[in-house]
Design a protein around this ligand. Structure first.
Ligand code: PEP
Ligand code: MN
Length: 337
């Protein structure tokens, strides 16, 4: 159930409602919006009386949330959430474009990529320092040295950083360097990890699991939000199907479906969604047309020597061309980039 407070509600009235919920041995979660404050009630709500809540002072209206995910549900927030990442807004009219290499490899490639993707219009820099690889013998990422290079690239370009957290033990370290914590497809249902990032206020970029349903993705977002972190960004990155022509099957449906179900921003990752750089621009454009709030694109100065995901990485030149095409689609659907 959610309790929507009146626009002119007083602090005291919010506190009273929270106290009442706690007395009922339920968990209140206060979500402070620009226009409205909403209190979500978490727990067994079968015996709750809507009338009793409605009578409390400062309450505008009370609404049951039928979905299993309460905080992520669209009906809880009414309007799309906008997440502020170091000045870049994710979820508004302007599209968030995250670009950069799959892995951070060295200072030169990192800075060169950062400068070039920024010139082409990217507003967030990506790069993996801790890499989830299928083989334990493959390059596992540069670790903290890679985080340091991301920081240098940020200093050089002003672009905020997104990088992946795989292991709970690295949270403090990664949190120190990054502006957005990426939770990769393989950890999409790692609930202890999700809870831990939920205890920070850092924006979390949550990728859909390789075989994850849309509802499972939203339940994972709920794990993060229920710990107190409302700053969750969802990512469709392709799922595993019987089709072998592409690395994954990019689920374009997921974008409008998520938009129908949640107020959280939705980003498309056509790089992992296709696995083939030649297919990336088509799926990027389709995603914007379908309502995505932005893109995550792998870009490498020399994809053929990339240590990971070279086949799906665009050169900076191809990225700039793709951005031009995407801009035209964005204009057609009343978005900016
Ligand atoms: C990545 O972004 O490089 C990555 C490993 O993505 P995913 O978790 O979607 O496979
Ligand atoms: Mn990758």
């Amino acid at each position: 159930m959610i309790v929507v407070m009146k626009p002119d509600v007083k602090r005291e009235q919010i506190k009273e409602v929270i106290k009442y919920i706690e007395e009922l041995k339920l968990r209140p979660i206060l979500m402070e919006g620009v226009e409205r404050n909403v209190i979500a009630i978490i727990g067994e709500e079968r015996n709750l009386s809507i009338q009793t809540f409605q009578a409390l002072s400062g309450v505008d209206y009370v609404m049951p949330v039928l979905k299993p995910y309460k905080l992520a549900a669209l009906e809880t927030s009414h309007k799309p959430s906008i997440i502020n990442v170091d000045g870049v807004k994710i979820g508004g009219k302007h599209l968030a474009i995250m670009a950069g290499p799959c892995s951070v490899e060295n200072e030169r490639m990192m800075i060169e990529t950062a400068i070039k993707v920024k010139e082409a219009g990217a507003n967030i820099l990506r790069g993996g320092a801790f890499k989830p690889r299928t083989s334990p013998y493959a390059f596992q990422g540069m670790g903290e040295d890679g985080l340091k290079l991301l920081k240098i690239a940020k200093k050089e370009t002003g672009l905020p950083i997104i990088t992946e957290l795989m292991d709970i033990r690295d949270l403090i370290l990664i949190n120190k360097y990054t502006d957005i914590i990426q939770i990769g497809a393989r950890n999409s249902q790692n609930y202890p990890l999700l809870k831990e990032v939920g205890r920070t206020q850092k924006p979390v970029f949550l990728k859909r699991g390789i075989s994850g349903t849309i509802e499972e993705l939203l339940m994972s977002a709920e794990y993060i939000m229920s710990e107190g972190n409302p700053n969750v960004i969802l990512c469709e990155r392709g799922i595993r199907t019987y089709e072998r022509a592409t690395r994954n099957t990019f689920d374009i449906n997921a974008i409008p479906v998520l938009k129908k179900l949640t107020h959280l921003p939705v980003i498309a990752d056509p790089s992992h969604g296709t696995g083939d750089y030649l297919l990336v621009p088509s799926i990027a454009k389709a995603s914007i047309a379908a309502g995505a709030d932005g893109l995550m694109i792998e870009v490498h100065p020399d994809p053929k020597v990339a240590v990971s995901d070279g086949a799906q990485s665009l050169t900076p030149e191809n990225f700039a061309m793709m951005m031009e095409e995407c801009r035209r689609v964005a204009t057609a659907v009343d978005r900016e980039m």
